[in-house]
Design a protein around this ligand. Structure first.
Ligand code: PMP
Length: 405
């Protein structure tokens, strides 16, 4: 039997809102997902029954908060199949995690070393490496992928014995393309490079197994997988985390401090300065719990079927440039010649439909596609076929109206 999202919708109270006197149709899930009651309740319960600072105090509430916080780390570690909870460092999100690695590896880079990324990266997985290259004299190289995520085998020469870092996204946020990750990671490993996978767009849809991926670092944000904003994680192998210099220093991450020197704590605390986002960690663990009790392959198949349905309806209409793959993706990214995407966005919004119009923090990719931006409808497990059809109907109306102007 096909997956039925109607059983999930009551778990997301926000979905019953009206927007501009229309039922809210939320199709901006690649930017951030809505949060289920499980997550909202976990955060509220933390503040009602466990709020205290962690790791510091020796009293009832502090012990309770610390236990919940460390259990959350354990849940997140299991969610991505990390070998132990010490491999999970809390961060604000994917962006902070990538910056932590870029700063943490700086001491290893020399002039002439190479940092390799792909042409499909979000700015979060580009700017930190570009700036690292500026600071160290390393060279930032771009592995060209087609917008379909295709990789010419002869491009393996991009991986050289100077490649010190290879960082790639698992899925493009802008156009929904999956990258040929495993083969690229294998190439990088053969050259002895550190590898980082940007899983920001993957975690909500795919079961992640960092041990099978065999990457040195894996980063993601909670808010794109039904968890709260302001929390994410950096996974790292032991040797990879060990080699990172702390990006920030201060309290919590130390064992002993004198005016002359600091003895840092063990992992994962060594990389976590200051009071952490405790309720965020607990909320993110609740999001993992939410996903763990779902039939994840069924959810993915449903999300992909919605995107494929929209693709096929709009493709049949003609006159619309679609940049996403026809299938195996959970979003549709498009533009319409001679109509501004912001005008399309405004019309959709007036009908209660929330999508994203813009460059999706991927200016170089937009340049590669030859557009300033695209209109992106991205699906989550709670979206319905009616919503997908409504998006198509209203978009086609908008094209009729705006095309005549
Ligand atoms: N990478 C990708 C592929 C993304 O889609 C995003 C968010 N749009 C990020 C990184 C950055 O995530 P955050 O803003 O949560 O740090």
């Amino acid at each position: 039997m096909a997956f039925d999202p109607s059983s999930l919708r009551p778990l997301f109270p926000i979905l019953s809102l009206q927007a501009h006197d229309h039922p809210l149709t939320y199709l901006d899930n690649a930017a951030t997902t809505q949060k289920p009651l499980l997550v909202l309740d976990a955060i509220q319960d933390y503040y009602r029954n466990a709020n205290a600072n962690v790791h510091r105090g020796a009293h009832f509430l502090s012990d309770r908060a610390t236990n919940r916080f460390e259990q959350a780390r354990d849940t997140v570690a299991r969610f991505i199949n990390a070998p132990a909870q010490s491999h999970v460092i809390w961060t604000k999100g994917a962006t902070e995690a990538i910056n932590m690695v870029a700063f943490g590896l700086e001491h290893l880079l020399e002039e002439g070393d190479e940092i390799l990324i792909t042409s499909l990266e979000h700015h979060a997985n580009l700017v930190p490496w570009q700036q690292l290259a500026f600071r160290t004299g390393a060279r930032l190289r771009i592995l060209p992928l087609t917008s379909k995520g295709e990789w010419e085998p002869e491009f393996s020469h991009y991986f050289t014995d100077r490649t010190r870092i290879f960082a790639a996204t698992q899925i493009s946020n802008a156009i929904g393309t999956s990258t040929p990750l495993q083969i690229m990671l294998d190439n990088a490993k053969q050259q002895g490079a550190f590898t980082l996978v940007d899983g920001a767009q993957a975690v909500a849809h795919y079961s992640i197994d960092v041990q099978t991926l065999n990457c040195d670092f894996y980063v993601f944000s909670g808010h794109k997988m039904y968890g709260p904003t302001g929390i994410g994680a950096l996974y790292g192998k032991n040797h990879a985390l060990d080699i990172l210099l702390p990006y920030q220093t201060g309290g919590e991450m130390v064992r002993h401090v004198s005016y002359q020197a600091t003895e840092f704590n063990v992992l994962p605390y060594r990389l976590e300065a200051g009071t952490p986002n405790i309720e965020g960690a607990i909320g993110l663990a609740a999001a993992c719990d939410f996903l763990n009790i779902q039939d994840r392959p069924a959810l993915l198949a449903w999300e992909q079927s919605l995107a494929a349905h929209v693709y096929s309806r709009l493709h049949k209409e003609g006159g619309i440039d679609i940049y996403s793959p026809e299938k195996n993706t959970t979003l549709v990214s498009l533009s319409v010649p001679n109509i501004h995407i912001l005008d399309l966005n405004a019309y959709l919004d007036s009908q209660g439909i929330g999508v994203r119009a813009g460059s999706h923090c991927a200016h170089p990719l937009m340049a590669q596609l030859g557009v300033a931006g695209t209109l992106r409808a991205s699906f989550a497990c709670y979206n319905t076929l009616e919503e997908a059809n409504r998006f198509c109907d209203v978009l086609l109306d908008a094209i009729d109206i705006l095309g005549d102007e």
